[in-house]
Design a binder for this molecule. Structure first.
Ligand code: ADP
Ligand code: MG
Length: 698
């Protein structure tokens, strides 16, 4: 019998997840109720229920084929970590039973000395502890029960990306609830940040991938002349999906659905060989876990299809890079999206207040937003080939901007503005959700009922960016709540607050083309922070303004901030040093020898008496040998720089030398080698070219 695909899908979806339905079925009523209060309302976890939950979880996991469990965590490497333990427990008579205790569910201990801690963990205290995060559901994958956890040191300092995210979620909820209570929403108990991250990626042939040391070692190409065709014809964007890619995508969808990841949209992206997957949005914590699962599955499933998935922000120079659009909104526990303009007068004012709060947050903490998405890979992407620039601004669209400006100037009862009939702010019409999205150049665009933060790099965890968004908005909401709670006339106070925000922070609104040179000039005039490299951006984490912010909302202690700064710095330095060393090797061991071989053969041909008078040929040989010599020289310069920086350690000074000296040296070596690629016959070139990687398919 042929089964309906939808029928299949509804059975497959979430089948490997210890989700709400499973919990309701398998947990005693009282236990279920207590656990739900923690999950839905953020109440403290009642550890007395752990034993019962652990047992139910284990029994269910065994029916899904699990023999092991793991505390799954997200160290500051940006990828996930897991250590598997089996459920087996030996019995007296030499057999085993399957056991899993409440203690094992709630807390784990692991030797974590090899994870980055940024000096937080003394060498004598190498242990790390994992704590169950019940707000993200456990799941079974390849015979193991995965339990999402937070990871911290002996002293409780966060050693992962999830702990600060959870803290920021809590802070944001607390402050948003305060504001909502003043605005007559006393029934709201909690507010969740909702996130839908769109994930971009490239797929290339595995055969070609393994022939390139740069892709193997760094995830991106360090050499490669532009192919004769790029993306200028726009023939890939939303184009037909080939059979191979299509079968990869459906495999991926299936695996993700089983794990409860709601993969929804898939399409080809602008660049050749580039694609995108978007899930349906969920709470920012789960979205973060799901995005990690998605990235991991993309890599794994690509291999099954003899493809390799590249998640690097800029795998190919001169071609679009890959980002991650973080769609963010706020939802009350009653299911209302606070950024939905709404249809009732009260909603409108509340909506405009929260909208303005984000403006304020983004302006005052633009430096932190920039820092939250910085990495060596993303530096290559921002501001190039249709990626947002490194200057933070907000797109609101003309209609909303004009509504806010009318409040600012006190003319909110003006009947016509923004090209739409208005009868004052109080009856703001339901704004259409902007599906066409008129401005795709903005780093932070308001798109109808959510903000789309487009600066995130494709390989990054979304945890950092969301931790920052949640924290800075929490801070602004706390200031607003302070004022509103003191006020006797909240409505006029709200208008006053909006007016004040507009006056002070209007400069963050920019509805024009963010890719243009004029915008850079304009942004400079407006005094918006321009942080063009990771080194400058991460310094912002530890300004006293920002350290105070993190401490006030208990998101990161000063020590934790410092450790994160150090880890990012170290990561930046290591990443580029690996790239530089890889370039040196490829140039010396592959490119130069290949070119020499051709030059030698060319010389032989020209020495042949029959061709001796072929003057053009001699010029060609002269140029080729000169270019090879230049390549060798630039390789040597880069190698010297690597040696010079080695003793500097992972310091800001070293990072600066990398930005100012090493990256230009890498660029100039590349320029020379890319020129050589076009000078010699393709059959001599030692590894697959951009044309091969981007266009040749099996
Ligand atoms: P586009 O490419 O036009 O931006 P996509 O459909 O590719 O749109 O992605 C939009 C993303 O935004 C999806 O992940 C979607 O679930 C998410 N999203 C939609 N509404 C909200 C919301 N209120 N809050 C957070 N994310 C949302
Ligand atoms: Mg999209």
């Amino acid at each position: 019998m042929v089964r309906e695909p939808e029928h299949n899908l509804t059975q497959v979806y979430g089948s490997k997840v210890f989700n709400d339905a499973v919990m309701r079925e398998r947990l005693p009523k009282e236990t279920y109720k207590l656990l739900k209060q923690t999950i839905d309302l953020g109440r403290p976890l009642d550890t007395s229920i752990a034993e019962v939950v652990a047992n139910a979880m284990k029994d269910w996991a065994i029916t899904q084929g699990a023999t092991h469990y793991t505390h799954w965590f997200q160290p500051m490497t940006g990828v996930t970590a897991e250590k598997h333990n089996s459920f087996i427990s030996p019995t007296q008579d030499g057999r085993v039973i399957m056991e899993f205790s409440g203690k094992e569910l709630v807390k784990g201990e692991s030797d974590a000395s090899s994870f980055p801690s940024g000096g937080l963990r003394a060498t004598f205290e190498a242990r790390g502890y994992t704590a169950w995060d019940c707000t993200s559901p456990a799941f079974v994958k390849e015979g193991t029960l995965y339990i999402p956890t937070a990871f911290c040191s002996y002293n409780g300092e966060a050693l992962d990306k999830k702990t600060p995210l959870l803290r920021s979620i809590q802070a944001l909820s607390k402050q948003a609830v305060r504001v909502l209570h003043v605005l007559d929403n006393e029934d709201v108990e909690s507010v969740s940040a909702m996130v839908g991250p769109e994930q971009e990626y490239f797929l290339i042939e595995r055969d070609m991938y393994i022939k390139r040391k740069d892709l193997l070692m760094t995830g991106r190409t360090l050499f490669g002349a532009m192919p004769t065709k790029g993306q200028e014809l726009d023939d890939h964007y939303y184009g037909n999906i080939t059979d191979r890619v299509s079968s990869f995508m459906s495999d991926l969808d299936n695996e993700l659905w089983k794990l409860g990841v709601s993969a929804k949209t898939k399409h080809n992206e602008s660049a050749p060989a580039q694609h995108e997957l978007a899930p349906i949005y969920t709470t920012s914590n789960i979205a973060c876990d799901h995005n990690q699962i998605t990235m991991e599955m993309m890599k794994r499933i690509a291999l099954r299809h003899d493809l390799v998935c590249l998640l690097h922000e800029k795998p190919f120079t001169g071609v679009n890079g890959s980002g991650k659009h973080n769609n963010w909104s706020l939802s009350t526990d009653k299911g209302n999206n606070i950024f939905d303009p709404g249809q009732t007068p009260e909603d409108n004012l509340q909506f405009l207040l929260f909208l303005s709060a984000v403006l304020w947050a983004a302006d005052e903490y633009a430096d932190l937003l920039r820092a939250s998405i910085s990495s060596a890979g993303n530096d290559l992407r921002l501001g190039a080939n249709e990626a947002p620039p490194d200057v933070v601004s907000i797109f609101l669209g003309e209609q909303l901007t004009s509504i806010l400006e009318h409040i600012e100037t006190g003319k909110e009862d003006d009947k016509t503005f923004g090209g739409v009939m208005m009868i004052g702010v109080k009856t703001l019409p339901h704004l259409p959700v902007d599906t066409t999205d008129r401005n795709r150049t903005s780093p932070l665009a308001f798109t109808g009922n959510k903000f789309e933060f487009r600066m995130l790099g494709s390989s990054d965890s979304i945890a950092d960016a969301n931790t920052i968004i949640n924290t800075i908005v929490a801070e602004i909401l706390s200031r607003i709540a302070d004022r509103l709670e003191m006020s006797t006339d909240p409505e006029s106070e709200v208008k006053d607050i909006i007016r004040g925000i507009l006056k002070e922070h209007k400069r963050i609104i920019f509805n024009g083309n963010n890719y243009s040179e004029e915008w850079r000039e304009e942004a400079k005039r407006r005094g918006l922070p321009m942080l063009s490299s990771t080194v400058d951006a991460i310094e912002q984490l530890r300004t006293s303004k920002n350290i105070t912010l993190f401490a006030k909302h208990a998101v990161l202690s000063p020590l934790e901030v410092e450790s994160r700064y150090e880890i990012q710095l170290e990561n930046y330095i290591k990443t580029i040093l690996i790239e530089a060393r890889t370039m040196v090797q490829m140039a010396r061991q592959e490119i130069v020898p290949a070119c020499m071989k051709y030059a030698g053969e060319l010389a032989e041909v020209y020495n042949n008496t029959a061709l001796a008078g072929f003057a053009v040929g001699h010029d060609k040989l002269k140029k080729l040998t000169a270019d090879i010599a230049l390549g060798e020289q630039r390789t040597y310069i880069l190698e010297e720089l690597v040696e010079k920086l080695k003793p500097m350690g992972y310091t800001a000074e070293c990072a600066r030398s990398i930005t100012n000296e090493m990256i230009p040296a890498m660029d100039s070596l590349r320029e020379c080698c890319d020129g050589l690629e076009l000078e010699i016959p393709s059959s001599y070139w030692p590894f697959p070219t951009y044309t091969d990687l981007l266009f040749r398919r099996k």
